[in-house]
Design a protein around this ligand. Structure first.
Ligand SMILES: NC(=O)C1=CN([C@@H]2O[C@H](COP(=O)(O)OP(=O)(O)OC[C@H]3O[C@@H](n4cnc5c(N)ncnc54)[C@H](OP(=O)(O)O)[C@@H]3O)[C@@H](O)[C@H]2O)C=CC1
Ligand SMILES: C[C@H]1O[C@H](OP(=O)(O)OP(=O)(O)OC[C@H]2O[C@@H](n3cnc4c(=O)[nH]c(N)nc43)[C@H](O)[C@@H]2O)[C@@H](O)[C@@H](O)C1=O
Length: 328
């Protein structure tokens, strides 16, 4: 991407979108196209189409989505499938109509089957049943991958679907119930520390394993991939199955390649926060997928390695939480 290229970051106030904007600005990109949710409702097809017609971005990072943790996905499953299908359908089709050069659609590691072999390779897509707690969100994301693939095949577009592992970082959603595990536990341990509470309740059995990537590393990976030269980018765009007979969607995993149990994560957050009470597990809450460790060989073959160790990232994320809540 040239430094003056017009780059639309959809969802630029979210965890990932805001990190992409900071990364692009630090690298000297001067022509970023940004719209808040209030300014542009991306589930509205006419509004999205009019925006693309008027602005004609050259590159698009599609980081706008309805996002939440295990409980929100389970409870609001209709909202998750409806909003995500609409947002991605409107953006991908408008990008095609206005000649966007490259588009990166962000999915999630939950697109892979619940019991996919570990670490999960891109080729595990559509090989088995999904985790029920987030099936509606996962199916919307799978439809987004198929949409990128179909447009690439039929229209010769260059749309790539990137599948991040679980993410965390500054500006995260710290809602007590609807957020992901790291922001939720940062809130719970900090609040318990302030209140001198006897215990903190962690959901599930503590045995599931998750892989976590710091949002700044995720943004760096997205910008790195978007900037790959054609001879490295185009092989990622999927094959034409009719010609090759190969099931090769335009898919790339983004992660760090290592995971830990939720129990070990809770202990790490407890240490970072400095909470000295007990940790108990609420086994009435869902565990979700037992393990989802990404195979990141494809990403690494492009030359990208994440640089933030989990403990450093947790300290930075905790500092953001403390600052955002005015606790210190
Ligand atoms: N966070 C994570 O752990 C993971 C995230 N991902 C994926 O990464 C991407 C970004 O996620 P993340 O940054 O965490 O999400 P956030 O919830 O932090 O941000 C999403 C952004 O999208 C905007 N948005 C949502 N709905 C609409 C809409 N209808 N019209 C316009 N804007 C809208 C939000 O604006 P507003 O807040 O104003 O509604 C917000 O700025 C998503 O595709 C997600 O699926 C994948 C794996 C893990
Ligand atoms: C990114 C990813 O995020 C979701 O899937 P998930 O990986 O299950 O994410 P999670 O962060 O919510 O939970 C991870 C684990 O942690 C446990 N856990 C403990 N205590 C809390 C807690 O207090 N809050 C939460 N949310 N989880 C907790 C929880 O029980 C689970 O075992 C989907 O949205 C999915 O669609 C998706 O894409």
């Amino acid at each position: 991407m040239e430094k003056t290229a017009k780059i639309y970051v959809a969802g630029h106030r979210g965890l990932v979108g805001s990190a992409i904007v900071r990364n692009l600005q630090a690298a000297g990109y001067t022509n970023l196209l940004l719209r808040t949710h209030a300014e542009l409702e991306l589930t509205n097809q006419a509004a999205t189409s009019a925006f693309f017609e008027a602005e004609r971005p050259q590159y698009v990072f599609l980081a706008a989505a309805k996002v939440g943790g295990i409980l929100a996905n389970n409870i609001y499953s209709a909202d998750f499938i409806r909003d995500n299908l609409a947002i991605q359908c409107n953006i991908i089709h408008s990008a095609y109509e206005t000649g966007v050069q490259r588009l990166m659609f962000l999915g999630s590691s939950c697109i892979y089957p619940k019991l996919a072999p570990q670490p999960m390779k891109e080729e595990s897509l559509l090989t088995g049943p999904l985790e029920p707690t987030n099936r509606s969100y996962a199916l919307a994301k799978i439809a987004g991958i198929e949409m990128c693939w179909s447009y690439n095949r039929q229209y010769g577009t260059k749309y790539l679907a990137a599948m991040p592992t679980n993410l965390y970082g500054p500006g995260d959603n710290y809602h007590p119930d609807n957020s992901h595990v790291i922001p939720a536990l940062l809130r719970k341990f900090n609040e318990a520390k302030v209140a001198q509470a006897k215990e903190v309740v962690v959901w599930g059995t503590g045995t599931p394993h998750r892989e976590f990537m710091y949002s700044e590393d995720m943004a760096a990976a997205c910008v790195h991939i978007m900037n790959l030269p054609d001879d490295q980018y185009e092989p990622l765009l999927g094959s034409d199955e009719n010609k090759t007979g190969r099931f090769e969607p335009p898919l790339i995993n983004i992660g760090v390649g290592e995971d830990l149990s939720i129990k070990a994560l809770a202990q790490a957050i407890q240490t970072v926060v400095g909470y000295t009470g007990d940790v108990v597990f609420d086994t009435g809450k869902p565990d979700g997928t037992p393990r989802k460790l990404m195979d990141v060989s494809k990403l690494r073959s492009t030359g990208f390695y994440a640089s933030t160790p989990l403990l450093i990232g947790l300290k930075k994320a905790n500092a953001d939480f403390v600052r955002s809540q005015g606790l210190r």
